[in-house]
Ligand binder design. Sequence first.
Ligand code: TPP
Length: 326
Amino acid sequence: MGTPLPDKDDLLRQYRSMMRIRRFEEEAARNYAKGRIGGFLHLYIGQEAIAVGAVDALRDQDYVFQTYRDHGIALARGMPAKAAMAELFGKDTGCSRGMGGSMHFFDVERNFLGGWAIVGGHMALAAGTAFKSRYNGEDRVTICFFGEGSTNIGGFHEAMSLAGLWKLPIVFVCENNQYAMGTPLERTSALKDLSIKAKGYAMAGARFEGHDVTLVQERIAEAVDRARTGAGPTFIEVLTYRFRGHSMSDPAKYRSRTELEQKKQLDPIQVARERILELGVEEAKLDDIDLEVDEEIDAAVKFAEESEPARREVMLGTVYAEEGEL
Ligand SMILES: Cc1ncc(C[n+]2csc(CCOP(=O)(O)OP(=O)(O)O)c2C)c(N)n1
């Protein structure tokens, strides 16, 4: 399938969204190094086109689940950078009131239901919201992201199995960034083409590259439509690459500099930038967007710094959701 021709305004909007994620995470990394952010920090840099393309294939009422590598999808879904940065800083103004940190972003208003740290653990929860939508006759699709490292774990099988059996309105998106921590896929999986796994659960499968935001949007939209019209779930493998280590504490010595440099040739932001220029947009327009994004992220850091720390008395009240809240 050839790459579809993008609409100029859509692509500009998506470029801005990807830049927001990139700058947010670069600033997060800097502040982590300064000791202002605690716990783990897993960056999404290099994978931005997947989150941004996917969000544009969804409607506001749809549910979104992600792993601990969750800043990208949360921001793409519209979470204010201030709420996201404050969460990293452990502040009361954060999206999870400073209780969750990097791995546990949450935003009920935007139907972003986490931010989950246990590999494969959130997949059954996603199947659960898909079941609930079907049971209640709601027009809602669930999309669930996870890494290729999840695909041999029990939770993956359980969620895929029930989704296939009950033809749930769900899209499973495996972001195959080639490594699970430091372990390459060929050391953990007999299958190289993971999309074949879809057949084992009687669902549709798809496999494509994740550096072209327009292509990602189009291909995920096909799966979302399938789910929305009652034609059942899809398992998608998107081929991608993370430019940073697994987390901030990983120097990524298991891969070569040449490999990294080669993969960076397909930087999704650079790809979008070049495409926009080809469509006749002035470079100055893109530079303006970059500047506005910089200002937004700088303001988010300032906001996070100046916010009050997470409050002990909030803790118990945030353990359970109120009935009917979701
Ligand atoms: C059940 C479980 N086992 C192990 C871990 C430790 N762990 C955290 S991330 C990770 C690798 C997951 O890789 P992948 O699913 O490919 O996602 P990626 O980090 O590449 O986005 C592991 C083993 C965990 N969080 N949960």
